[in-house]
Ligand binder design. Structure first.
Ligand SMILES: Cc1cc2nc3c(=O)[nH]c(=O)nc-3n(C[C@H](O)[C@H](O)[C@H](O)COP(=O)(O)OP(=O)(O)OC[C@H]3O[C@@H](n4cnc5c(N)ncnc54)[C@H](O)[C@@H]3O)c2cc1C
Length: 389
């Protein structure tokens, strides 16, 4: 692995930095978990996409720049360092798009990807059900065959930003007689404003209303919205999950930028004799940099024809624990002021540390809980015997 960037990569970084300096809003947008913030973030997606910065690694025909994964990492570093807004189209770009690239048809890619890149259509992930989270294969929502398509029935829950999103993608049981739970599942896309869909916000710790559960009552989905073959949904879904836990959900730029801000906060606020707190800041910086190097190594391996596979579970456990530690350290540095959220006029960093902390607490849960990831690491990476289930 070459640790130096080429002149072309440096030029790409400089171009991204210049664009971000010129375009990132000076005042943070309202939280994307609110209706007003969701609309503002959708507009930001349009701004990014107008200059082809919303999906840099996609082919140009779908709105990207055909950039390598390495350049994508560079772009993300610049993006977070510039304090640019959170990505409201994250579920579509990071989860559905890679799935369509791998399992979709040309027609689906041409129909779905451009409006995803521009923020015109924002996607929600509809996988979890009230009794099917970790054990996703036990899901009970059904897709029943009808003329020209399928009728969806059941309940999905914990769907991020579904209260304001336009469409969703999810897994449904299409063959209730299949021999095993992960067989007979079908992966479908559906509109959230269709007849038969009820979207109900679920209360969050911070009171923001975008998180939702979905009730589906004979929702019609045409055949063209099935991804992969009917009955093969599990295989399709596993490629989405690998992307989610691995690189695309949490690129290292997010943590290196947060660690830099934490260092700044330490300089501004800390009592230098508090070596315990100082060590926690240093620990966060070291871990963020280590994660960055690990990500660069992973991307180099992919570029050389390798894959990430079960190692994505290592990434997931590492970044989710780092995120919590980083934010807890920031709140300890800020003292009582750190409790103020974005609604308070004198909240530090416009409430960013408080909001980031609340969200970080969910990191070990979403994208597959860390307990499950540790099982995967133990069994598939370390070759340890299977635990008792
Ligand atoms: C902020 C947030 C956003 C989310 N967004 C989405 C979304 O957009 N779309 C979506 O579909 N879902 C979403 N989820 C749901 C998320 O994927 C699930 O919460 C997660 O998979 C865990 O499922 P569960 O909540 O049913 O917990 P359970 O599966 O009931 O697990 C409860 C506890 O038991 C442990 N456990 C369960 N089975 C095992 C086992 N075999 N071995 C060891 N420990 C085990 C778990 O690790 C956990 O600690 C989101 C969740 C959160 C918190």
């Amino acid at each position: 692995m070459d640790l130096d960037f080429t002149a072309a990569e440096d030029a790409f970084r400089a171009e991204a930095r210049a664009w971000l300096t010129a375009h990132v809003p000076h005042t943070p947008l309202p939280s994307l978990e609110t209706e007003e913030g969701f609309a503002a973030h959708r507009e930001w997606e349009g701004t990014l996409s107008a200059d082809r910065w919303s999906v840099v690694s996609w082919p140009e025909e779908y709105g990207g720049r055909g950039a390598s994964l390495l350049r994508w990492l560079i772009f993300e570093e610049e993006y977070f360092a510039a304090g640019a807004p959170g990505r409201v189209s994250q579920n579509g770009i990071n989860l559905l798009a890679p799935t369509l690239f791998e399992h979709g048809t040309d027609e689906q890619r041409a129909r779905v990807l451009p409006s995803m890149a521009s923020g015109e259509v924002i996607w929600a992930q509809a996988w979890s059900e009230p009794e099917s989270g970790s054990d996703l294969a036990s899901l009970r929502s059904t897709a029943v065959r009808t003329d020209g398509g399928w009728l969806l029935r059941g309940q999905k829950t914990w769907s991020s930003r579904a209260a304001f999103a336009d469409r969703a993608f999810g897994l449904f049981r299409s063959d209730p007689d299949a021999a095993k739970p992960h067989q007979g599942l079908t992966y479908l896309m559906f509109p959230l404003d269709a007849d038969g869909v009820t979207v109900r916000p679920i209360g969050r710790l911070d009171g923001k209303p975008a998180f939702a559960e979905l009730f589906l009552d004979d929702v019609f989905v045409p055949d063209e919205d099935v991804i992969g073959a009917p009955g093969q949904g599990w295989r399709v879904a596993m490629s989405t999950a690998g992307n989610e836990r691995g690189l695309t959900l949490r690129s290292p730029g997010r943590f290196t930028a947060a660690a830099e801000r934490l260092t700044g906060l330490w300089r501004e606020t800390a009592d230098p004799s508090d070596t315990a707190l100082r060590d926690r800041v240093a620990d966060a910086v070291v871990k963020a940099r280590a994660y960055r190097l690990f990500a660069y190594a992973g991307v180099s391996r992919i570029a050389a024809g390798g894959s990430i596979g079960a190692e994505s579970s290592l990434n997931k456990v590492f970044w989710s624990e780092l995120d919590i530690a980083l934010h807890e350290t920031a709140l300890d540095l800020l003292g009582p002021l750190g409790e103020l959220s974005d609604g308070a006029a004198d909240a530090p960093a416009h409430g960013g540390w408080a909001e980031g902390h609340t969200f970080s607490l969910a990191g070990p849960i979403y994208a597959g809980t860390n307990e499950i990831q540790r099982d995967i690491i133990a069994e598939r990476l370390l070759g340890l015997p299977k635990g008792r289930r």
